[in-house]
Design a protein around this ligand. Sequence first.
Ligand SMILES: NC(=O)c1ccc[n+]([C@@H]2O[C@H](COP(=O)([O-])OP(=O)(O)OC[C@H]3O[C@@H](n4cnc5c(N)ncnc54)[C@H](O)[C@@H]3O)[C@@H](O)[C@H]2O)c1
Length: 326
Amino acid sequence: MEKVRIGIVGTGYIGNVHGQIHSQDPRAEISALYDIVPERAERTARAIGGKVCASRDELMENCDAVLVCAPNKTHPEIASHAVAEGKHVFCEKPFAIGLENARRLLETAEGSNNVFQVGHNRRYAPVYAKLKELVANDTPHSAHIKMNRGELKNPVWTGDTNVTGGFLYETTIHLFDMMRFQFGEIAELVAYGSTHEYPEIDEFSIIFKFKNGFHCTFASSSDASWHFPFERIEVFCHHRTILTEEMERLFDSRGFDHRTQNIDTYACHMLEKYEKWGYLQEDRAFIDSILEGKEPPVTALDGFKSVELVESVYEAIRTGEKIRFE
Ligand SMILES: NC(=O)c1ccc[n+]([C@@H]2O[C@H](COP(=O)([O-])OP(=O)(O)OC[C@H]3O[C@@H](n4cnc5c(N)ncnc54)[C@H](O)[C@@H]3O)[C@@H](O)[C@H]2O)c1
């Protein structure tokens, strides 16, 4: 069997994460690297191999699949280039910035005969896979969700809305995708936001109502410190709370007698980070989809819907109106 030849555009933090994982998959090989800062691609080549390319065109000539791992605003252009060259594409989140860019990229991706996968890694994290299993076997009523960050300083571009599209695109989008994955499609939302630490809206309170009647509150702050857990989902069912703490643990508490609480713990803290955070599984799934010709677990449409949610929350804050989805 021929190996899938991987090309990586953007060899910073996440490009190296995916590169290391693919370099250990016997079905794949790192064949081409391109970064606008050539020394970064050279450093990556020394660690995991691959030809350092002088341009994106040269990279396209030397791979079967492209990993789009440059900062947010570059994703649509790089991903569309790769589709046009007949490549399989793995596009990091966010799928795009802005609805128009997202719509255009969705059309491009859906017109491709190759795999197009979006990097919402948390869906594969064992804690969230376990949550989905528990939620699917119960009737969740409501939830409280939190997704915070300690700063918008590292990498430096995370504080520049011209690159990120805004904090919701950079961070919160992960759990926007997670809400759809766990609880279904959203019917309407109201949102409030304010500006404190950075020259953008950096603090959010949102209420979502889902098409199936489920509803949740959602808090997201960009300057909350890295207090553990910086992300958490608390789901409330019939005399039951299921609670996650980042991708470390899940607690499942049942019953109504306050003297004798029944709490099961599902602990993932001993897993290696790449598996605990779902990166390993998402990269394996990308190669599976290429080799087996099947749809990836996170599609371009999922990527589009997460952008649609981000834009709707910004619009709700701008207009003070409730946003309703068809
Ligand atoms: N799924 C996740 O958990 C996760 C985690 C981190 C980052 N990300 C996403 O991955 C992307 C990269 O983030 P990062 O933390 O690796 O950033 P980074 O700054 O560490 O790396 C980005 C790299 O891209 C290069 N670059 C910039 N513009 C380029 C271009 N036009 N063509 C080629 N290379 C270019 C930079 O020189 C840099 O080496 C972002 O969109 C970010 O949101 C996702």
